[in-house]
Design a protein around this ligand. Structure first.
Ligand code: C2O
Ligand code: CU
Ligand code: CU
Length: 464
């Protein structure tokens, strides 16, 4: 073991304990083992527990981890699967597991309404709907503690696959879960006191970390053969950092977003990935044999001027793409049409909701677990106008239902896509249409800067 892990018992030592060091070969998170042998049934165990591991060279850190790993192991399922997750909370505080973006019953959503006490066991049970193939993630969602528990290490990826996926099966599939963190010199995670100068900055900006992790690794290397096409699925699991992804010298062929594939691929130079958003894109091995290209996050000003970090305008490197010296392969053909996304008919909308975001508040109010903010009938189609009244971006997320963006600042969205989170930039307005096609119950909507969410920038939608 490279960096003297403390004696926590072999069972708890993460598989990648001596791997998360700078410049190593890229590692995908491990996949949750399916214990069921029945077809279309997935049965897995997830335990959240404190442990200690090496996240950076030379030091160990007290963390929380799902199954001893950061990120947690990937839930990898097929459309139509019945999923049973045997979850156990071995933390000394309440938690939940929220299946971000999944279209499942409200009681299974792991929202703050269903906390699990220390020591408690709970089965999350749901069916993966057809048409929902895509990249999602899971994370804790206890009242006022989500930011803390995610910072401690609780987050993991979800991949839903479709039997009729239009992209060639031969593409190498890479799950990339992005997180960031900040540490004290002794390796412990830096949580400043609430009223300290840094605590005030964290409360405003959301807690941002100077160390960026790619699947728990720092600057790993992905190898590609010239001409090879790879399918990258990226999750922004950071509490507040917004990524502006760009691959040096190459364009990306974006094929999907939060709720799965686009109708058609789109050639882009860069992709803005706000908190909790996901993206799928193809990296076409257009570089020369033996060359390298960096995946970077470019500067993006989401901040208010008062709390903008000094280094905000520096690009940051995320990973190295390294071209092998093998003879180039002939690039595989990518279909021009991926799927047809059903239209949510705005003429059927029975209500228009205005959601005003200000610093820490939604419609001027702080979150109250005993208050329902929006009530809507089952099967209704509604339009939500989300306006950001302040000079800082707020990524807005709705639980349970994927929506379609209509326009941003009055400019119509050119393509139809399924989204569960949309960044609402400073002083801008985004409109979307949503249909509550099933699953009555209480659903959250909130800013996905976790510090904002924890401090009350959240509301409750009741579908009945
Ligand atoms: Cu990522 Cu309320 O969730
Ligand atoms: Cu969610
Ligand atoms: Cu916010």
């Amino acid at each position: 073991m490279a960096f003297g892990l403390s004696s926590i018992g072999a069972a708890n030592i993460p598989k990648n304990a001596d791997e998360p060091l700078t410049g190593r070969a890229f590692l995908a998170p491990t996949v949750l083992r399916n214990m069921s042998s029945k077809p279309h049934v997935v049965e897995v165990n997830i335990t959240a527990a404190p442990t200690r591991m090496s996240l950076q060279p030379g030091v160990t850190t007290d963390v929380f981890a799902y199954n001893g790993q950061i990120p947690g192991p990937t839930l990898d399922v097929q459309e139509g699967d019945s999923v049973v997750i045997h979850f156990q909370n071995k933390l000394s505080e309440a938690t939940t597991v929220h299946w971000h973006g999944l279209h499942i019953p409200a009681e299974q959503d792991g929202s703050p309404f269903n906390p699990l006490a220390p020591g408690e066991k709970h089965d999350y049970v749901f069916v993966i709907k057809h048409g929902t193939a895509g990249t999602y993630w899971y994370h804790p969602h206890p009242d006022m503690r989500s930011g803390y528990q995610v910072a401690m290490g609780l987050y993991g990826g979800i991949i839903i696959r479709a039997a009729d996926d239009p992209l060639p099966k031969s593409l190498t599939d890479k799950l990339i879960v992005l997180g960031d963190n900040r540490f004290l010199p002794d390796g412990s995670i830096d949580f400043p006191a609430l009223r300290s100068p840094q605590g005030i900055i964290d409360e405003n900006n959301g807690r941002e970390g100077n160390v960026i992790f790619v699947n728990g690794q720092i600057m790993p290397t992905i190898t590609i053969r010239p001409g090879e096409v790879q399918r990258w699925r990226v999750v922004n699991a950071s509490a507040s950092r917004i990524y502006r992804l760009a691959l040096q010298g190459q364009t990306l062929l974006q094929v999907g977003t939060d709720g799965g594939l686009f109708e058609k691929p789109e050639e882009v130079n860069e992709i803005l990935l706000a908190n909790s958003e996901r993206v799928e894109f193809l990296v076409r091995g257009t570089g020369k044999p033996g060359s390298v290209a960096l995946l970077q996050t470019l500067p993006y000003d989401r901040y208010s001027p008062q709390t903008k970090p000094a280094d905000w305008n520096h690009p940051r490197d995320l990973l190295t793409l390294k071209y092998s010296t093998e003879t180039p392969v002939r690039p595989i053909a990518i279909p021009a049409h991926l799927r047809t996304i059903p239209v949510l008919d705005t003429t059927k909308a029975t209500a228009t909701r205005t959601i005003s975001l200000s610093q820490g508040l939604i419609n001027g109010k702080m979150m109250d677990m005993n208050r329902v903010d929006v009530t809507a009938p089952l099967s209704a189609t509604e339009i939500w106008t989300v306006e950001n009244l302040v000079g800082m971006d707020h990524p807005f997320h709705l639980h349970g239902f994927q929506f379609q963006i209509l326009d941003r600042n009055g400019v119509p969205e050119k393509d139809r896509r399924w989204k569960d989170t949309v960044n609402v930039p400073k002083h801008e307005t985004v409109r979307f249409v949503v249909k509550y096609n099933d699953f009555p119950g209480l659903w959250m909507f909130h800013c996905h800067i976790l510090d904002h969410e924890d401090h009350g920038m959240m509301g409750v939608l009741q579908v009945k």
